[in-house]
Design a protein around this ligand. Sequence first.
Ligand code: PEP
Ligand code: MN
Length: 469
Amino acid sequence: MTTTPEKTPVQTPLTAPGEILHTGAADYPGLDEWRRLPIRQQPDWRDHPDFDAAVGELSSNPPLVFAGEVDKLKRRLAKVAQGEAFLLQGGDCAETFAGATADKISARVKTLLQMAVVLTYGASLPVVKMGRMAGQFAKPRSSDMETRGEVTLPSFRGEIINGFDFTEESRHPDPKRMVQAYHTSAATLNLVRAFTEGGFADLRAVQQWNKGFMENPAHARYESIAGEIDRAVRFMEACGADFDGLKRTEFYAAHEALLLDYERALTRIDSRTGEPYVTSGHFVWIGERTRELDGAHVDYLSRVHNPLGVKLGPGTTPEDALALIDKLDPQRDPGRLTFITRMGAKNIREKLPPLVEAVRDSGAKVVWVTDPMHGNTITAKNGYKTRQFDDVMDEVRGFFEVHRSLGTYPGGLHVEMTGDDVAECLGGSDIIDESAFDSRYESLCDPRLNHKQSLEMAFLVAEALTQVK
Ligand code: PEP
Ligand code: MN
């Protein structure tokens, strides 16, 4: 028996059989099969007068990432699958066009780098760094429509599709937004590459990353680790060591491959190998609501060569997990497939073991990542969507406990976070309570860990990882 993820209506196939639209990767066999399959969570915009032009423009634009980088990431993830590295994925639930500013991007990258330093130093493991960034613009929704008072309008689906403002005009899907998402992603990626390659990520500046953040216990602990790293780096320099790994870092871009019109238009054939790659980001994942085995998303992503993630919620059966492996990673290629589990703190100790055991016994080598956010969402008394920091931490602990007891490797952490001092998740050592939401809640979608909560989480994970090794 297979279970299906949360139900929203299945839409009818988007084109008539045999009809091929706007292929970025022209007529590569099978790439348009998804158009004939049931698909969820897509806007109904094929007849919009701007649809063809938007898809045409994306199809002829340059790729955002290169296949060679994507392959390198797959090799890094193979190390994670073998227990020799750890994967850190973090960023907004939903990026916004207005949020793509230098300040916000640098704060987010800086926070991820700080978390990575804590993990690398604390657990003596290489950390693969990846942002939910430069493409995280499309959101699955539990309902197609939203009602406020007397008014019912289409739900907000992420700025790549429609606007957040609750007006008829803003909520109308607009295909030109895909082009804006592409350009915003390009600008974001450009800045991230400049930061991480051009000196900003230099470990000799590790103490400076903390500047501008207020005092709190997580920051004080970070300062002390940063001081130790600083001394170690200076010692190596004094000995004449000068290696590149200290000065720059690899940083990868990831997002949910939800909007298939966009992903298809940005698919390119790699000239080296003749294989198709999604070039909207290095790593893409299939969400909990669109991971049906016979659906369009699983089919499409089975045909591209990027490393893939699949979110697995508490309804996942061992048979579902094994069938996803057969479909998405038939060659059992380490690094190809990452399972991102989002069970909820209450479920993880019961629901995760049967999945991990079945996969382990099948001999497949997937990367196991915990997303401790999406199974722990609650509504606060004042109406905001939020999460308790303690629940989030408890799911992470449960994830490590399960892997420890089964002798498998807990390979990574996937969090919704920001570098800013927002108030969206409750708790943390510098306690956030509901009264702060009115002035410091900025997310258009799910609540994120703020800077301090993110660092605190990194310390917990570093400690847990030390026990694994
Ligand atoms: C998300 O990552 O923002 C998301 C919608 O997750 P999930 O598919 O796990 O619900
Ligand atoms: Mn989310």
